[in-house]
Design a protein around this ligand. Structure first.
Ligand SMILES: Cc1cc2nc3c(=O)[nH]c(=O)nc-3n(C[C@H](O)[C@H](O)[C@H](O)COP(=O)(O)O)c2cc1C
Length: 316
């Protein structure tokens, strides 16, 4: 008999019952779609769809393109009911289901974020606020996720108005991810979520035009896993104390383990939900098996181990 392994993990001051969360935008607005498959309380957490101060209709269709074997491109355009309607109609559902709730917030300008966070800033049923720093509709090019100064001021302003832990969700579409991470850390971010989708494009050879009406879209799924791992690697190496929420192409238990070894304290499952809506529970069970087979007393022993030269199996 093995002793029970512990799947609990800490993301800064936040303790999650296990390291598996649903990623924003891949589980509806408030994960109601998962009702037939499992209880939301079994997860480490549920991250809501990005919520904005005003409702958003999203982009024209088609909004998704499958890239067979590699993942998908999406251009949803952050469709959501708006934070006020969410708090009234969706938040009670997540509370009733006993979910660990992470609210993802997005905006075009600073005031959008501040005003949206205002609706939730004092609610103790919320475990963390994830700030989606990339908004596709910004005029003038760079958004909060691509400019360290903008990232710093956004996170600082939000920290001023709420005591709820803040996770800044960053875009991989930058030259140097650690510059942006540093800005968020300096501003008091309690964690960084790495990564959002990678900018991509698909061409329809019949129409001879881009498949998505707005041409570019966000690339996600198995193909982006090495990009996510590289960014987590660089971040953990430079800022070993900042908790990392790993995201990008996680489809299996092995993927999740690789992210933890690389330095993530927990991970989010995105595109894989569209392939198999029960995948997050299967991965939680896979992690239990892994811990028991390897006689780990806690999954958190894995976090960042890939950086630890003393634990290298092959002598170099
Ligand atoms: C259809 C779709 C919608 C998404 N919507 C959001 C969103 O509203 N807010 C956000 O922060 N990320 C959004 N994402 C990004 C995911 O949360 C995740 O960061 C990304 O897909 C990489 O993970 P994956 O490869 O596991 O899907 C979306 C992704 C997809 C595929």
């Amino acid at each position: 008999m093995y002793s029970m392994s512990e799947l609990k993990t800490n993301v800064g001051n936040v303790t999650l019952k296990n390291p598996i969360l649903l990623a924003s935008g891949t589980c509806g607005v408030a994960a109601r779609e998962f009702e037939p498959y499992f209880n939301l309380s079994e997860l480490g957490g549920v991250v809501t769809k990005s919520l904005s101060i005003k409702p958003r209709d999203g982009n024209p269709t088609p909004r998704v393109v499958e890239i067979p074997g590699c993942g998908m491109l999406n251009s949803i355009g952050l469709q959501n009911p708006g934070i006020e309607s969410f708090v009234k109609n969706e938040l009670p559902y997540l509370v009733e289901k006993n979910a660990t709730i992470i609210i993802n917030i997005v905006g075009e300008i600073m005031d959008d974020y501040v005003n949206a966070v205002d609706f939730i800033k004092a609610r103790n049923e919320i475990t963390a606020i994830e700030l989606n720093l990339s908004c596709p509709n910004v005029s003038g090019g760079l958004d909060f996720s691509q400019d360290p100064k903008k990232a710093f001021s956004l996170v600082s302003e939000i920290k001023k108005i709420t005591g709820i832990p803040i996770w800044a969700k960053l875009s991989p579409n930058v030259t140097n991810i650690t510059d942006i991470v540093k800005a968020c850390v300096d501003a008091g971010s309690d964690g960084v979520s790495l990564i959002n989708t990678v900018l991509g494009l698909a061409i329809n050879r019949w129409t001879k035009k881009p498949t998505l009406p707005r041409a570019t879209g966000g690339y996600s799924g198995p193909a982006i896993k090495p990009i996510a791992l590289r960014m987590i690697w660089e971040t953990h190496k430079k800022f070993p104390k900042i908790p990392i929420i790993g995201i990008g192409g996680i489809h299996t238990t092995d993927d999740a383990i690789e992210f933890l070894l690389c330095g993530a304290s927990c991970v989010q499952i995105g595109t894989a939900n569209f392939v198999n809506p029960k995948i997050s529970i299967e991965i939680i069970n896979g992690l239990k098996d892994y811990c028991e087979k390897n006689k780990l007393s806690s999954i958190s022993e894995l976090i960042g181990q890939a950086h630890d030269v003393s634990k290298t199996f092959v002598k170099v």
